[in-house]
Ligand binder design. Structure first.
Ligand code: B1M
Length: 210
């Protein structure tokens, strides 16, 4: 079992999309827990990819093909992670903030929230503050979720909160933030209602808002 997880992880790093898809299927058929496959074989190798990028061993194309391989594995896993048919809990407007194109973590959070019964309006990546605000107002959302992976873009989360204030919906929505450089302290500093370090804690936080 450990070998299979290691093989998936290695092929994510190598960006071998078809192999990752096939091995994730094999792991599911072998009865491995989908959450274990996700954490150990799909999320963990992305940290290795990031470390290799940081030390100059990988460049953007390698990072991109690894991300695509990871997402292909995630697509196979999705039906096993988010079981449908749950009672709707609330409406979430979610997106990656302006200037930021990273969407794997945001997609994972959206997928897990959907599985927990939240209705999701996914605005995608590089989302301007005004877009978050207008969709939150028009859709009557209860929760706005923002993701940022860059230290240069996380400051745009504050602009989204200001935009929500500008259109008069800040008191009607809870604001949840996340992404690798984001912290609890940063959430407090910008006036968000909560921070989650990963997708499962994002679901717990969203549920706690009631
Ligand atoms: Co980029 N990248 N990248 N990248 N990339 C990082 C983030 C980096 C840390 C790599 C490194 O240097 N070690 C670094 C940022 C440095 C910094 O700002 N401090 C970096 C850089 C520099 C860049 C570029 C600037 C590179 C360049 O062009 N020179 C560029 C920026 C482009 C842009 O956005 N404008 C860039 C581009 C890319 C790709 C396009 C090639 C690709 C993204 C593909 C895609 O997303 N479709 C990419 C990737 C893949 C990464 C790494 C390797 C992996 C990110 C990832 O998907 N992780 C990343 C290194 C790393 O993070 N270790 C890196 C897996 C994912 C499941 O985790 O996104 O953290 P994560 O999400 C988690 C939690 O954070 C949390 O839950 C998720 C699930 O558990 N979470 C939330 C996330 N959002 C949440 C929202 C919530 C709650 C929880 O509530 C709403």
């Amino acid at each position: 079992m450990q070998t299979l997880l290691a093989e998936i992880s290695e092929n994510v790093i190598l960006g071998k999309r078809a192999v990752v898809e096939a091995k994730v299927r094999e792991a599911l058929e072998a009865g491995l827990d989908p959450q274990t496959i996700l954490n150990e074989a799909l999320i963990a190798p992305m940290s290795i990819v990031g470390a290799r990028f940081e030390c100059g061993e990988f460049y953007v194309p390698e990072m991109l093909i690894a991300a695509r391989a990871m997402q292909a594995g995630l697509a196979v896993l999705k039906p096993h992670l988010s079981k449908g048919g749950v009672q709707m809990r609330g409406k979430v407007v979610i997106g990656t903030v302006k200037g930021d194109l990273h969407d794997i973590g945001k997609n994972l959070v959206a997928m897990m929230l959907e599985g927990a019964g939240f209705e999701i309006i996914d605005l995608g990546t590089d989302v301007p503050p005004e877009k978050f605000a207008s969709v939150a107002r028009e859709s009557g959302a209860n929760l706005v979720g923002m993701s940022a992976l860059l230290t240069t873009t996380m400051k745009n989360m504050k602009s989204v909160i200001e935009a929500l204030e500008d259109v008069g919906v800040r008191q009607k929505v809870k604001v949840m933030i996340g992404g690798a450089p984001v912290t609890e302290a940063f959430a407090k500093e910008i006036g968000a209602d909560g921070y989650a370090p990963d997708a499962s804690r994002a679901v717990a936080l969203a549920k706690s808002f009631g």
